[in-house]
Design a protein around this ligand. Structure first.
Ligand code: NAD
Ligand code: ZN
Length: 342
């Protein structure tokens, strides 16, 4: 178990018991996300501040160990992926299907809500997805960031034949790449500062990879067009860096879409008139809604192989080492997985 903000420790806590419509899960795999590392290092992300000890972890899978009253969809022993955000199910956003925008959503490891980096954890049964036997628990944990990639591509309107630009090739960019590929993108071009990440993107099926070695976004946009032979229909920004968002605007085809997945400075200088006069739609992305089923189907059908992203494994007792590896990117770390039941 892991407590954020300067003091980090393992702690014994009572085993939680499932409430109505909840299941208790013996947690197995937990991937470390950039946000976990951010809370770990800085104790806050924007308006979310860790004011009291908090358990981290929200990219999780496990085995159902007990059922609360009313649960009929799962049974003890089922292997499940856990969708970490449980919305109110009552508001207009929930009713409209955009439950990621629910103001009352309870999301694991977003303060003050505890996460799932622990041995036992309880969660709403309808936000747990039973894994087929051939899908591993590590893949189950990867469904969370994969759902972000699926949602980003949906928001951008990626479809059969699309030309797609993915800016930033961290785990989220790489999973956006895999999603775009599975959705039928014709050509995908990726960017990053780091050649190792670009190499990974090429291994995962990117058609072109551009290393960012200039801060001139118009020059980068020109290189994108030259490599693709056209401007991309959809750009998926996954770094949050201002020059990269600027490149995304200049690069995107007139009438296309730029989706903002990356989180950088709260406010940035952007060539907004360029977007306006060319009708480049700029769309936000906040987590995902209704994307776990498709993410699971992509993995289960073999259309997406996300396993190469997992570069490191640690047992729960070595959580500090796992966070340090994720934070520093040591050894080419991309996705670091913690195993809670070893
Ligand atoms: P990451 O830090 O591992 O990856 C970011 C990548 O961008 C790195 O490889 C970095 O080298 C690259 N980069 C930095 N500056 C760049 C530039 N100018 N041009 C091109 N590439 C550049 O992070 P991640 O886990 O892959 O997450 C990506 C972003 O998505 C983060 O900002 C994260 O906060 C955000 N995120 C958003 C959501 C959402 O719901 N919108 C969900 C998860 C993550
Ligand atoms: Zn709601």
């Amino acid at each position: 178990m892991f407590i954020a903000r300067t003091v980090c420790r393992e702690e014994e806590t009572p085993i939680p018991q499932p409430g109505r419509n909840e299941v208790q899960i013996r947690v197995q795999s937990v991937g470390i996300c950039g946000s976990d590392v951010h809370y770990f290092v800085h104790g806050k992300i924007g308006r979310f501040v860790v004011n009291a000890p908090m358990i981290l972890g929200h990219e999780s899978s496990g085995v159902v160990s007990a059922l609360g009253d009313g649960v009929t969809s799962l049974k003890v022993g089922d292997r499940v992926a856990i969708e970490p955000g449980v919305p109110c199910r009552m508001c207009s956003f929930c009713k409209g299907g955009r439950y990621n925008l629910c103001p009352d959503i309870v999301f694991c490891a977003t303060p003050p809500v505890d996460g799932s980096l622990r041995r036992f954890y309880c969660h709403a049964a309808d936000f747990c997805y039973k894994l087929p036997d051939h899908v591993t628990l590590d893949e189950g944990a990867l469904l969370e960031p994969l759902a972000v990639g699926v949602y980003a591509c949906r928001r951008g309107g990626v479809q059969l034949g699309s030309n797609v630009l993915v800016l930033g090739s961290g785990p989220i960019g790489l999973l956006s790449l895999l999603s775009a590929k599975a959705m039928g993108a014709a050509q995908i071009i990726v960017t990053d500062l780091d050649q190792g990440r670009l190499d990974m993107a090429l291994n995962l099926g990117a058609h072109h990879a551009l290393r960012v070695d200039t801060r001139d976004p118009e020059e980068m946009a020109r290189r994108v067009e030259e490599a693709l032979g056209c401007k991309p229909d959809v750009s998926v920004e996954c770094s949050g860096a201002a020059p990269s968002v600027q490149t995304g605007i200049y690069a995107t085809k007139s009438g296309g879409a730029l989706v903002l997945v990356g989180r950088g400075p709260y406010s940035m200088d952007l060539p907004i008139v360029n977007a306006a006069v060319r009708e480049v739609d700029i769309r936000g992305v906040f987590r995902y809604a209704n994307c776990y089923p498709l993410a699971l189907e992509m993995i289960a059908s073999g259309k997406v192989d996300a396993k190469p992203l997992i570069t490191h494994h640690f047992p729960l007792e070595k959580t500090l080492d796992a966070f340090e590896t994720s934070r520093t990117g040591a050894g080419g770390a991309i996705k670091v997985m913690i195993h809670c039941d070893q």
